[in-house]
Design a protein around this ligand. Structure first.
Ligand code: GDP
Ligand code: IMO
Ligand code: MG
Length: 425
């Protein structure tokens, strides 16, 4: 068996949570492999909406194992809040939610450092979710971090104190400190650590490889999006983990030869939250209409998302990076009332047209070149088969497939689990 991968091809929030929840019954195990509570994955079914940050999106499906993998960074406080919500929703998770022992822990002082760093950057800030992601991955690569497995060791408290002291020293470098109730947050953190000990903590890499040997089907659920990848995203306006397919290998401990299908998700348009370049961003009424129709407000921070047209140059790049074998198009319904729809098919530069993503997406000579389509201007609500789509919608999708050289296998037409059109080959 192989590990299938599902990940975002844009700047995050492509609808990964919804699609993982839809696909989960076809798998035995769903795993997160990177990121942490900066993620906000929304699921909707039976009239209820749930937002997950650390827990994989297979948790609402019976009998499916959900693994928080080695590459994830865990804030025990957020994790406990998510678990409490599952309990209130009557979800039985106890024997289905596993945590990898090598996953790193986010300390309250990591969150303080995140906020202090953003304050110091001023107008140049990343627009971080302030969940402590950057500082935690910095401690991981700096070889100072604390891992989930450490909480069971007798010297854990000493190690916590040492790391906290180091952080307090670093915080002195910053001219301005954020408002932060460190004592209060620490009390919550230690309480949450005590609860974390009651979870099933596993050796993630052995667990996954054994599951593969036992013939179990596994889906790796990406967080963020490929354009936020630490290496290939719009650096420095990125997150601090490998959000691409390669990240699955390091994040779960599986060999590259064990990767199966790679399902890449894109919205029918494009959004970004936080700072950084976004060539097709719209600052006019059309951008506002996309935000309104798409309810584009962050699932983790509530911030309004920046909106623009779909960028095929950008998508071709992320399809290449990830080795995408199937595309999922989400939020197609958001375009229902548009009379014209545009796709960016190339960038105009002083040196000529290009379909290759340049080093600097903020360069002043970069202008997106658009192709316009007539909108379908009808609801997609009751459509359950590709052949029943209005011709303008199916033509638009076929053009995307041609440009990206990849088949669209699912079209999402609303936030609910049921609002989905599977496309058969
Ligand atoms: P994720 O981070 O990739 O899981 O995506 P988010 O949950 O942050 O953002 C996606 C938002 O769009 C959520 O509010 C979803 O409920 C919603 N959504 C997902 N798919 C669709 C769709 O096809 N149509 C519409 N209108 N909303 C969708
Ligand atoms: P999901 O999984 C959209 C963005 C932040 C910021 C940058 C760095 O829901 O798609 P960080 O907190 O990681 O230091 O922030 O990355 N960002 C996301 N944007 N969706 C996400 O996750 C994101 N996670 C981080 O807004 O610009
Ligand atoms: Mg999200």
């Amino acid at each position: 068996m192989k590990v299938d991968v599902l990940l975002g091809l844009q700047w995050g929030d492509e609808g990964k949570g919804k699609i993982v929840d839809y696909l989960a019954p076809s798998y035995d195990v769903i795993c997160r492999f990177q990121g942490g509570p900066n993620a906000g994955h929304t699921l909707k079914f039976d009239g209820q909406k749930y937002v997950l940050h650390t827990i994989p999106s297979g948790i609402f499906r019976d009998n499916i194992i959900n693994l928080v993998g080695n590459g994830v960074v865990i804030d025990p406080i957020t994790f406990q809040k998510e678990v409490d919500k599952l309990t209130s929703a009557g979800i039985q998770y106890e024997d289905r939610l596993l945590i990898a022992e090598k996953a790193h822990l986010i300390l309250p002082t990591h969150r303080m450092l995140d906020a202090a760093s953003e304050l110091a950057k001023g107008a140049q800030k990343i627009g971080s979710t302030l969940k402590g992601i950057g500082p935690t991955y910095m401690d991981k690569t700096g070889r100072n971090g604390l891992r989930v497995g450490d909480i069971l060791e007798p010297d854990f408290m000493n190690r916590y104190d040492q790391l906290k002291s180091k952080h307090l020293g670093l915080l002195k470098m910053y001219p301005e400190l954020p408002d932060f109730d460190l004592e209060g947050e620490e009390a919550k953190w230690h309480e949450a650590i005590a609860k974390l000990k009651q979870f099933t903590i596993v050796n993630g890499e052995f667990y996954i490889n054994q599951a593969l040997s036992d013939g179990k089907s596994i889906l790796a659920e990406g967080a963020q999006g490929s354009m936020l990848d630490i290496d290939y995203g719009t650096y420095p306006f990125v997150t601090s983990s490998s959000t691409i397919t390669a990240g699955v290998c390091v994040g779960l401990g599986v060999a590259p030869s064990k990767i199966g299908e790679v399902i890449g998700i894109t919205k029918a348009y494009c959004t970004r939250v936080g700072s950084g370049p976004f060539p097709t961003e719209l600052f006019d009424d059309i951008g506002e209409k996309l935000r309104k129709e798409g309810a584009e407000f962050g699932a983790t921070t509530g911030r309004p998302r920046r909106c623009g047209w779909i960028d095929l140059v950008q998508l071709k790049y992320t399809c290449m990076l990830n080795g995408v074998t199937q595309l999922v198009l989400t939020k197609a319904d958001v375009l229902n009332t548009f009379d014209t729809i545009k796709t960016c098919i190339a960038y105009e530069l002083d040196s000529g047209e290009t379909t290759e993503l340049p080093f600097d997406l903020t360069r002043p000579d970069l202008q997106p070149i658009y192709k316009s389509y007539k909108g379908w201007q009808t609801s997609l609500e009751d459509i359950k088969a590709f052949n029943d789509l209005p011709a303008q919608a199916s033509d638009y999708i076929i053009e995307l497939e041609k440009y990206l050289d990849c088949k669209v296998t699912m079209i999402s037409t609303g936030p609910d689990r049921k609002e989905l059109i599977p496309v058969n080959a």
